[in-house]
Unconditional design. Structure first.
Ligand code: GSH
Length: 205
């Protein structure tokens, strides 16, 4: 059976678990990742030399990087990625954008305001992080305001899974944030999916 290594409090692990539920695939999950179980041990590093979760294991096949796992699952099952070449490319564009552009700016604010990590208490840096994060969210707002149900068109894709978890985090952070009505409607749409409500429901500590 397909096995996922990773703690459910990780947003990258939740991406994969949400996709597995959308695909109605059975899996086993083993808790790895701090503070539950340190992945920087030889047994885990032999599977993922980065010492990070998630990892997918299927027989002898081992795969890490949450986006690679999402693409693998979608291609294997033939759903959650459009067949149409341009729509598929747009879905992959937004999937990559979530990891490389949208996520990096939130680090300081999330550590300060959600995780309450000691040492993250500089109001200037919190405000800067929210501003930078908000500027990226404004790009998503602009895209969604064009009126399609999902980010790459009217088809739900793996890009919406990744973005949904990021939008959930944006909604959860207690800070003064710009109004993003199209993002708000998108969030409701994703929350109305059974798997969306399950995996966006809990905030990462
Ligand atoms: N680019 C990687 C990032 C994975 C990552 O940052 N994982 C974090 C959790 S979200 C992790 O393993 N942190 C160490 C730990 O939990 O011990 C991916 O998308 O899979």
């Amino acid at each position: 059976m397909l096995k996922i290594l990773g703690r459910v409090t990780s947003i990258n692990v939740r991406k994969v678990l949400w996709a597995l539920d959308e695909l109605r695939l059975q899996y086993e999950r083993e808790d790895w990742g701090l503070p539950i179980r340190d992945p920087k041990v030889p047994e885990f590093l032999a599977l993922n030399p980065n010492g990070q979760v998630p990892v997918l294991i299927e027989g002898d096949f081992v795969l890490w990087e949450s986006n690679a796992i999402l693409i693998y699952l979608a291609e294997r099952e033939g759903v959650l990625l459009p067949q149409h070449l341009e729509s598929r490319a747009l879905a992959l564009q937004w999937l990559g954008w979530q990891a490389s552009e949208l996520n990096p700016p939130w680090g300081y604010a999330v550590n300060a305001l959600i995780r309450k990590t000691p040492g993250y208490d500089d109001p200037e840096r919190i405000a800067h992080s929210i501003r930078q994060w908000g500027a990226k969210m404004a790009l998503l707002e602009e895209r969604l305001a064009k009126g399609t149900a999902f980010v790459a068109g009217d088809e739900f894709t793996i890009a919406d899974i990744a973005l949904g978890l990021s939008v959930h985090r944006w909604m959860s952070v207690p800070a003064d944030k710009p109004e993003l009505p199209a993002v708000g409607e998108y969030y409701e749409r994703l929350m109305s999916r059974e798997a969306g409500a399950r995996w966006m429901g809990a905030e990462t500590p």
